[in-house]
Design a protein around this ligand. Sequence first.
Ligand code: IPE
Ligand code: IPE
Ligand code: MG
Length: 236
Amino acid sequence: MNNSKSTPTHVAIIMDGNGRWAQLHGKERYEGHIAGVEAVRASIKAAVRNGVKYLTLYAFSTENWGRPDTEVSALMELFCKCVIGETPDLVKQGVKVRIIGRRDRFSDKVAEHLNRIEQQTAEGDKLTLVLAFDYSSRDEITTAVRHLAQSAAKGELHADDIDERCVANALYTAGIPDPDFIVRTSGECRLSNFLLWQASYAEMYFPQVLWPDFTQEEFDKALEEFAGRNRRYGKL
Ligand code: IPE
Ligand code: IPE
Ligand code: MG
């Protein structure tokens, strides 16, 4: 395990390219998502091995509801299958799962699986795996602003006391340190509504590899890239 300063505490990944991977292999899009599960396993293993403490995976954006029903259903079904299949291994590896995003638009079955994976992995102390599911950063910030305004209206909070820490604590990611390193696979160079507040000083990396081809070696390569970065935070 490497806990040197050059290892990021928090790695966040936009897992992109499943559809293109499927197309490249003459398969249906949902088969690309299924193939992507192996890359999730590899990333978790590599994160634990490297001493990364938080791994956030962008699994489903609020905008992804706009995809065809068949694809959305396949993704929800895959998520439930993974919760059942992967939970024992996550527990063994000391992984604690936390879900960020809206919770009010899932079917009862999916909501139940979300709760189940959080409860069953609650004791994990090696790695916190943050799954962004029905997540969008603008929705997160808007929800936080609404809650702060409600607290102020009730007299629990003075507007003058609202500082950056207060805002951060009202986000879904409360208590989770900001990502040091954001990786997006498939060569797309955009954030697509992911961790906009939290990404203020994150290093970014956009490898060409499609998500299903992202292996432990690719994860290690990404960490090598991070280790070569010079973070200045606006200073000299
Ligand atoms: C990422 O792969 C997975 C999700 C968004 C759920 P895509 O499905 O976006 O794959 P491409 O971008 O079409 O290749
Ligand atoms: C971002 O990927 C969302 C996830 C990886 C879950 P998309 O494929 O949905 O993003 P755009 O549409 O290319 O920006
Ligand atoms: Mg995509």
